[in-house]
Design a protein around this ligand. Sequence first.
Ligand code: ADP
Length: 345
Amino acid sequence: MSAAGVEIERVSFGYGRTRVLEDVSLSIAKGEFFAFLGPSGSGKTTLLRLVAGFGTPDSGRILIGGRDATKQPPWARNVGLVFQSYALWPHMTVAQNVAFGLERRRVGRAERDRRVKAALDLVGLWHLAERRPAQLSGGQQQRVAIARTLAIEPEVLLLDEPLSNLDAGLRAGVRTELVELQRRLGLTTILVTHDQEEANAAADRMAVLNEGRVLQVGAPAELYDRPVDRFVAGFLGTANLIEGVVEQGSFRAGALALPAPDAAPGRATLALRPQALALQRDGGGVPARVVRAEFLGGHVRYTLDLGEGIALTAEEPHLRGLAPIAPGTAIGLSLDAGQASLLRS
Ligand code: ADP
């Protein structure tokens, strides 16, 4: 199987007068596992469908393997699309389901048999080739749907929320298998998901979308550590967003002060992850009061009041012998400027 890169160049798209995508540009490398991550309605599926050839952008271009595919119909692009619903034929066996697309493409018998076996081997289901979909678990059905797509030997694999119909318990396991399969094949893959954990765990890089725009692109940890705006900071896990002012090289909000030598003076928002706040039980640091302590097993989540209307969430890993701090207790808070991000809005 060979892989191709995908270039999305300044793509805009609308359904009638509803604008869905605005000037989207993304460059997905050959062999990369890329995710489109965003809330429901942000345009992820629409963008994926444009890459697959279901619809034509109002403006902009889509290149697959360096070739302009913008106006090509789906069948002329060598891409495979796996949907949320597996849409397997219930009356056909697993092997027949996988062979179906090959028959339609008029692949000869011997080659077809070879590809069906290879694809089912890849997802570890060759031993169930003669079963019908109803005799498989949800996870196995999804693997058949993936095998069916791999059998056509696409250069790009497109996955539209492929795990969302699976039980929570199965999802992580199928996700791991999918990532291992992708790594083994080196197949360029685009995953659409609204689940940040899924994107984080699977993707080499991802694009965060909101309201039809790409807000930020990068490796999952990069985006988590250095979000550019409030939306990205809040969408990728919990973030404390603190309104304040930058003056004379520091950010200030109430009793909080952090060095910000490179920031422009004026109003600013600081983002701080809850685990970047260290609680000092014997004082020191910025004075704060514990408002709430929630014991969550692996960690304790604290709501802290810093006065002047500033409330923060802090998380501390829980270890045996470390009693949660009672509400009402005065503590100190130490902040590491290296863990804080100043946001553009
Ligand atoms: P996502 O995959 O991020 O949930 P979609 O790409 O499905 O988002 O949808 C983006 C926007 O386009 C939504 O506002 C949705 O209502 C709208 N939309 C999607 N499909 C259609 C359609 N066939 N006709 C009109 N509007 C649509």
